[in-house]
Design a protein around this ligand. Structure first.
Ligand SMILES: Nc1ncnc2c1ncn2[C@@H]1O[C@H](COP(=O)(O)OP(=O)(O)OP(=O)(O)O)[C@@H](O)[C@H]1O
Length: 278
């Protein structure tokens, strides 16, 4: 298997004088082209894991391998180029006076030639469906539009892995759906790998695999259908299961033969309508 990201036995504490660790023995991998979500209640160590992978935190033990290269102080700047991070608050990610400047900002820092920069700005804005806003002020955009511009800036830098850290959590349902659609499209178009930290279980349900964290440790790694069927384990660590999963369990108890895969509300409604011949 082609592992683009491999994390082994990560231990980390913010305050080295304290006993308690924020990460205590975290192990997982992400295969090239996979979409993996990390879920877990507040403070379980999800963002700390993401920051460590992106080289933003020092002083950990264990190892992080990106594209088979061990992350170290010496190569952190080179390896970081393979990762694009999108954070929760789009307002903290803006630096340019116009959308175009903003998307170009990271490339300017990397010394990319002007013509190439222009080409990549257009391509990235097209990919997130924001070409019409090229010369607009970022401050005037909606939350969802701002996140799409942030994604364009990241795409322009040609990462191989994108890490989403609660990046849809401040958006309304429409903005969230639109952003997820865009991420799916760019993932296919640019052959990316996605690691997504999320509170949204419906969003996580569309992943290839889900990692569950609790108190600095990984408690489970499973495909969504398998994970959500272990209802009791999820509740024990303070997580819920998606609404449709609970409903499907009840319907199966009443003799409904439903597909085993996760379904969102529309898909489940369609299945029921078919069976009830509405
Ligand atoms: N900069 C920091 N300094 C000290 N402690 C921190 C810092 N950032 C996070 N922590 C602590 O580390 C632990 C893990 O936090 P982390 O942000 O990784 O959790 P999380 O699972 O991402 O939670 P959330 O869903 O709330 O973002 C928490 O106990 C948190 O209080």
């Amino acid at each position: 298997m082609n592992k683009i990201l491999e994390v082994e036995n990560l231990h980390f504490k913010y305050d080295k004088t304290q006993e308690v660790e924020q990460l205590s023995g975290v192990n997982f991998y992400v295969a090239r082209g996979e979409w993996v979500s990390i879920i877990g209640k507040n403070g379980s160590g999800k963002s700390t894991t993401a920051r460590l992978i992106d080289g933003l935190l020092e002083g950990f033990t264990g190892s992080v391998k990106i594209d088979n290269v061990l992350l170290s102080q010496e190569n952190v700047w080179t390896l970081r180029k393979k990762i694009g991070m999108v954070f929760q608050n789009p307002d903290n990610q803006f630096v340019g006076a116009t959308v175009e400047d903003d998307v170009a900002f990271g490339m300017e820092n990397q010394g990319i030639a002007r013509d190439e920069m222009k080409r990549r700005v257009d391509e990235a804005l097209l990919a997130v469906n924001m070409q019409a806003f090229k010369s607009k002020e970022p401050a005037r955009l909606s939350g969802g539009q701002k996140q799409r511009v942030a994604i364009a800036g990241m795409i322009a830098l040609r990462p191989e892995i994108i890490i989403l850290d609660e990046s849809t959590s401040m958006l309304d349902p429409t903005g969230r759906d639109e952003m997820m659609r865009v991420i799916h499209e760019i993932k296919d178009k640019f052959k990316l790998t996605v690691l997504s930290i999320t509170h949204d279980l419906d969003e996580a349900a569309h992943s290839d695999r889900i990692i569950v964290m609790n108190e600095g440790k990984i408690v489970q790694i499973a495909e969504p259908e398998v994970l959500f069927s272990s209802n009791k384990d999820m509740v024990e660590i303070g997580l819920d299961v998606p609404f449709t999963t609970n409903l499907m369990t009840d319907l199966e108890r009443h003799g409904f033969d439903l597909p085993k895969a996760y379904m969102d509300e529309t898909q489940l409604a369609d299945q029921l309508a078919k069976r009830l011949k509405v």
